[in-house]
Design a protein. Structure first.
Length: 504
C-alpha cells in the first residue's frame, strides 16, 4: 500500500527546475570538449600529455571527490555546498574560456571538477529532502536523471554548434548564466538540509577515498587508450589498496561513509544495476561515435545530431520508470529495463559498413536508451529511499561514483575487446605486404589511422585496406555489443532475484 506523506507544492517543483541546471551542465562538461580539441590545440599548442589532462582531469576529479563532497554536504548543509559549488563552477568556466596556455586550461578543468563534485550529490540529496511523497520523489528523480543523461548527449551537439560559429571558449561560457541563476534562485526556492548529528568530518578518510578513486579511474582510462601495461595496472592495484584501507577505516565509530547502507534491501543491487548500465552505455557509445564518423563518414556535428533520438529515448525511459514501479515490484521493472536495453544493443549487430547501418544504429541505441533510462531513474530512487534522510548526500555520491566508474570500465574493457582483440586481429591480416612499420602501427591502432594510411596507398591497395578496416571495426563493434548485452542480461537476472523491495 502506498503511504501518502507531505506532498510537494509549486515551490518544490520550481526548485527542481533549478536543480536540473547543474545536473545538465555537470554531464555536458564531460563531453562538450570532444569537438573543441582541434581548435584549442591550434591556439594553445598543448603537448600530447597536456591534451590528455585537459580532456580527462575534469572527470578524474569529479569521480574522485563525489563521496567526499556528498558527505561534506550532509554535514555543513547541501544547499550551502550547492551554492558554493555553483560559484566555483561559474568562475572556473570563465577561467577556462579565457585560458591562454595549456597549464591554465588544465588548472581551470581541475577547478571545474571540484565544483562539479560539489554540485552533483547535492542536487540529488536536496530532491530527497524536498519530495517526501514517494510517488512525487520518483517523478522528480526521473526528471533529474533525464537531465543528467541528456547532458552527456547534448554536450557534443551544443559544442559542435558553438564551434562552427564562435571561439572554442564559448563551450565553457554557456555554464555561466546557468550558474548565476542557481546562485540567485537556490536560497529562494531550495530548503537547507543537513545531518542533525553530523559528527566529526574525517579528513583522512576523504583523502583515502580520493586516493582510491583517482588511480583506478586513471588506470582504466589508460588501459582503454594504450592497452595492457604495467603503469595502468599498477595504478589500479594502488587504488584498490587505498580502497581497502578506506573501507577498514569506516569500521570506526562515526565513519565518514555509513557502509551499513549496503545491507539495506535494494541499495547495493540498485548501485550495481546503475554501474553495469553505464558500463554498457560507456563502451557502446565509444563505438557508435566512431562508427558514424569513421565508417559512415559523417561530420562530427552531424554525427552528434544523430544522438538526439537517443536523448528522447532516455527521457521516455526515465518517465516510464515511476509509473511502472507503482504497479510492479521495482526489481522486476529494473530487470525489464535491462532486458530492453540488451535487445536494443542486439539491433546493432545488424549494422554493416554501408549507410543503411545508420538506421539500425540509431534505432538500437534509442531502444537501449529507453530501457536503461528506466533503470537509472529507478536505481537512483531506490538508493535515496533506502538511505536515511541525514545520509542522502553520501548515498547520492555512492550512486554517482558507481556510474562514473561503470562508464570508465565500459570504455576500457569493451574498448579492449572490440579494438584490442577483434579489430587489430582482422586489420593486421589485411595489411598489404611491404607496408612500413610506422604506417602498419598506425593502421592497427585505430580505424581512423587505417583510413589515413589507405589514402596514401595506390588505388586498389588503398581501397582494399579501407574496406578491410571498416569491416574489421564493424566486426569489433558486433562482438562488443554481444558482450555488453550479456552483461545487461546478467544484471537483469540479479535485479529480479535480489531486489525484493516494494515501494513504501
Amino acid at each position: 500500500m502506498t503511504v501518502m506523506t507531505d506532498r510537494a507544492g509549486v515551490r518544490q517543483w520550481l526548485g527542481l527546475a533549478v536543480l536540473v541546471l547543474p545536473a545538465l551542465l555537470v554531464a555536458m562538461d564531460l563531453s562538450i570538449l570532444l569537438f573543441a580539441v582541434p581548435f584549442l590545440s591550434a591556439e594553445l599548442q598543448p603537448t600530447g600529455g597536456q591534451l590528455l589532462w585537459i580532456m580527462d582531469v575534469y572527470g578524474f576529479l569529479l569521480a574522485g571527490l563525489l563521496v567526499t563532497m556528498g558527505t561534506l554536504g550532509d554535514r555543513i548543509g547541501r544547499r550551502k555546498l550547492l551554492v558554493a559549488g555553483g560559484v566555483l563552477f561559474g568562475l572556473a568556466s570563465v577561467l577556462a574560456a579565457n585560458a591562454t596556455s595549456p597549464e591554465l586550461l588544465i588548472a581551470a578543468r581541475v577547478l571545474l571538477g571540484v565544483g562539479g563534485a560539489t554540485l552533483a550529490p547535492s542536487t540529488l540529496a536536496l530532491i530527497r529532502a524536498m519530495f517526501q511523497n514517494a510517488t512525487q520523489r520518483a517523478t522528480a528523480i526521473s526528471v533529474w536523471t533525464a537531465a543528467f543523461a541528456g547532458g552527456a548527449v547534448l554536450g557534443p551537439v551544443l559544442g559542435g554548434l558553438l564551434l562552427e560559429n564562435f571561439h572554442w571558449g564559448t563551450a565553457f561560457l554557456v555554464n555561466v548564466p546557468a550558474m548565476l541563476l542557481l546562485v540567485v534562485l537556490a536560497p529562494v526556492l531550495l530548503p537547507e538540509s543537513r545531518d542533525p548529528r553530523p559528527g566529526r568530518f574525517d579528513l583522512f578518510s576523504a583523502l583515502l577515498s580520493l586516493l582510491a578513486m583517482l588511480p583506478v579511474i586513471y588506470g582504466v582510462k589508460r588501459l582503454a587508450t594504450d592497452g595492457l601495461g604495467w603503469e595502468p595496472l599498477a595504478a589500479i592495484v594502488a587504488g584498490l589498496a587505498f580502497g581497502l584501507w578506506f573501507i577498514g577505516r569506516q569500521q570506526r565509530p562515526d565513519p565518514m561513509l555509513e557502509l551499513s547502507l549496503f545491507r539495506t534491501p535494494g541499495f547495493a543491487v540498485a548501485i550495481l544495476a546503475a554501474t553495469l548500465t553505464l558500463f554498457a552505455i560507456g563502451g557502446i557509445t565509444l563505438f557508435t561515435a566512431q562508427y558514424l564518423q569513421t565508417v559512415l563518414g559523417y561530420r562530427p556535428f552531424v554525427a552528434a545530431l544523430w544522438g538526439l533520438p537517443v536523448f528522447l529515448g532516455m527521457a521516455v525511459g526515465t518517465g516510464l520508470g515511476p509509473a511502472l514501479a507503482r504497479r510492479f515490484r521495482p526489481g522486476l521493472v529494473i530487470a525489464a529495463g535491462l532486458l530492453v536495453g540488451a535487445a536494443g544493443l542486439l539491433l546493432l549487430t545488424t549494422a554493416g559498413v554501408d549507410r543503411g547501418g545508420l538506421t539500425w544504429v540509431v534505432t538500437g541505441m534509442t531502444v537501449m536508451a529507453v530501457g536503461l533510462g528506466l533503470v537509472t531513474a529507478l536505481a537512483n530512487d531506490l538508493v535515496l529511499a533506502a538511505a536515511p534522510p541525514e545520509r542522502a548526500g553520501a548515498a547520492s555520491a555512492l550512486s554517482e561514483t558507481g556510474t562514473e566508474l561503470g562508464g570508465a570500465l565500459g570504455m576500457a574493457i569493451l574498448g579492449s575487446v572490440g579494438i584490442g582483440l577483434v579489430y587489430r586481429t582482422e586489420v593486421t591480416a589485411a595489411l598489404p605486404p611491404g607496408l612500413p612499420a610506422e604506417a602498419a602501427a598506425a593502421a592497427k591502432d585505430t580505424p581512423a589511422g587505417a583510413l589515413a594510411v589507405a589514402a596514401e596507398l595506390p588505388g586498389p591497395a588503398g581501397a582494399a585496406l579501407t574496406e578491410a578496416a571498416k569491416q574489421a571495426f564493424v566486426s569489433g563493434m558486433h562482438v562488443t555489443v554481444l558482450v555488453a548485452a550479456g552483461v545487461l542480461v546478467l544484471a537483469a537476472v540479479l535485479a529480479a532475484a535480489l531486489v525484493r523491495v516494494n515501494r513504501p
